[in-house]
Design a protein around this ligand. Structure first.
Ligand code: DGL
Length: 285
């Protein structure tokens, strides 16, 4: 069983891509709706909440958890991998959504030592994300380490994930996305980015609005797709973390919030029936 974690139900965009990519794998998804949004929380809180959620997924029997949340990946993943896991769950693993995107932007594997001949064409990539992800600086810092020719311009969208999660109407979302796109273009003196990353799990749900608000020809990188590709490569190298039960089944969706309310909101958002269940509170330490 593979765990997938997000602050809310935006991470279902990533889960959908994983389920499509691994039809014989069992997934359990946990949305921390009771504590969302993460994007405006101080870093230590994001770390604590993420660690507690991952712990719950491990206690349910997952050996591998994907943080399908950019904010958690940017702020909490390093501490979890370097300190908490070795001390608490040394045989388990946690992956995030940031690494696959940095690899996609730079065309360079995360751990590769950059050879001199590897010249990355100079280009500008826009990153739309939460305040927390932008403040962490993770995307520009990690891209600069691997491909300094690439300019990363970040644009925080402090309210967008909340609006999407709350099921705001299309006109409200169109206006919010237009403000974000304008903010990015203003930072670039009106020049078009070569590509943009929708660096928050919720934004793929309004990818069409981003495409409409950005200059024609701007590539919109698909995070769910890239994360699925990266997980495929990871499980090929580390097959012990694939459950491979051979028994396909719908993913189990859990929430720390009110299951009925989350079920309604997620169903409206994804435009298909989605059923959330109460998480096992008792599993939280
Ligand atoms: N899921 C979070 C992310 O991908 C955004 C939502 C939140 O602020 O909780 O960054």
């Amino acid at each position: 069983m593979i765990g997938v974690f997000d602050s809310g139900h935006g991470g279902l965009t990533v889960l959908d891509a994983l389920v499509a990519s691994f039809p014989r794998e069992r997934f359990v998804y946990l949305g921390d709706h009771a504590a969302a949004p993460y994007g405006t929380r101080p870093g230590p809180e994001v770390l604590e909440l993420t660690r507690a959620a991952v712990d719950v997924l491990f206690r349910r029997g997952c050996r591998l958890v994907v943080l399908a949340c950019n904010t958690a990946s940017a702020i909490a993943l390093r501490g979890i991998q370097q300190e908490w896991l070795p001390a608490t769950w040394p045989d388990n693993r946690v992956l995030g959504v940031l690494v696959p995107m940095v690899e996609a932007i730079t065309g360079t594997p995360w751990h590769a030592v950059r050879p001199d001949w590897h010249v990355v064409p100079a280009r500008t990539v826009g990153v739309f994300a939460t305040l927390g992800t932008v403040a962490s600086g993770s995307y520009p810092v990690e891209v600069a380490k691997r491909a300094p020719e690439i300019r990363v311009v970040q644009q925080a969208c402090p309210t967008l994930a909340g609006l999407i999660e709350a099921g705001a109407d299309r006109a409200t979302l169109t206006a919010a996305v237009a403000v974000a796109a304008r903010g990015l273009l203003d930072q670039m003196d009106g020049r078009a980015p070569d590509a943009v990353l929708l660096g928050c799990t919720h934004y793929p749900l309004v990818a069409d609005l981003f495409a409409d608000a950005l200059p024609l020809g701007t590539e919109v990188l698909s995070q769910p797709e890239r994360v699925a590709m990266a997980l495929r490569a990871y499980l090929w190298r580390h097959p012990q973390y694939a459950a491979r039960t051979g028994v396909p089944g719908a993913p189990l969706l859990l929430t720390t919030g009110d299951p009925a309310a989350v079920t309604g909101a997620a169903t409206r958002l994804l435009r298909r029936p989605v059923e959330f269940h109460a998480w096992d509170k008792d599993l939280r330490r």
